[in-house]
Design a binder for this molecule. Sequence first.
Ligand code: DQA
Length: 142
Amino acid sequence: MRILVVHGPNLQLLGKREPDIYGAKTLKQIDAEIRQRAKQLGVDVRTFQSNHEGEIVDKIGSTAGEYDAIIINPGAYTHTSIAIRDALAGTGIPAVEVHLSNTSAREEFRHRSLIAPVCKGTIAGFGSIGYVLALEALAKGE
Ligand code: DQA
């Protein structure tokens, strides 16, 4: 099984960015945790980060035939991007949406996700373990 993990805008700043909300781990540490669990599960995982909506759309659009599933934290694009939603719907590849913070418990503008309706499920509020939970769910065929 091949899984693509997509990290959206500002997530390259993890560790320094509002650690009280997003935790103290850097993106590098989180990616290492994902890779370690993927190895145990026998999953081939690739990670990708971009601050640019079009780059994320391009990446998702090139997944057909390359990946079996996508794990995506679209960052702030969660709440704004029809383009990323359409890209995910267009691939036909199952996706899981992950958020480090519990977006439902934060500002009202974070309550709505344009991405959630085209995903198999959403994991939010458990910090970086959310990526590992998504990986486990996909690896188990959930
Ligand atoms: C986030 C939540 C978003 O609302 C925010 O814009 C982010 C991070 C999260 O992982 O909790 O950049 O996706």
